[in-house]
Design a protein around this ligand. Sequence first.
Ligand code: 4NP
Length: 153
Amino acid sequence: MRILMVCLGNICRSPLAEGIMKTKAAESGLNWEVDSAGTGYWHSGEPPDRRSIQIARKNGIDITDQRARQFRAADFEKFDKIFVMDVNNRKDVLVQAKDETQRQKVVLMLDLLFPGQDRSVPDPYYDDNGFEEVFGMLDAACTKFVEAALSPK
Ligand code: 4NP
């Protein structure tokens, strides 16, 4: 399976989501490809925010090799699932979908935990203390997704 994590800047939330999902998939023997992107272009080429690097490291995950890039319509062809961090990301990604098959690939990250409630992963960019909470949400959501993939259908 190919999974894309999407937020606004691709420096805070989606790099964490990428690192967490990659780690959990690998630990479970799942051969998944996981990438991330931002709907905005401002941080393209940059490594993750140092606060995301720190909270990941604290949890045993190294995300320093990641570099930000902007989401593009071609991502709809490459990826099977596109997890968006908030409802604005969802809107910005969905307008680039060309048909229903592509729209169906887009899932709000917290729908994994709270289906249908339109809950967003809060943007921690202006909140130094928000990273711990964001990590916890993403960790729980990724755990749920990996467990669902492993459980017999
Ligand atoms: P992210 O956080 O979308 O989780 O990567 C942000 C990073 C940068 C900005 C906004 C959100 N910014 O406005 O530059």
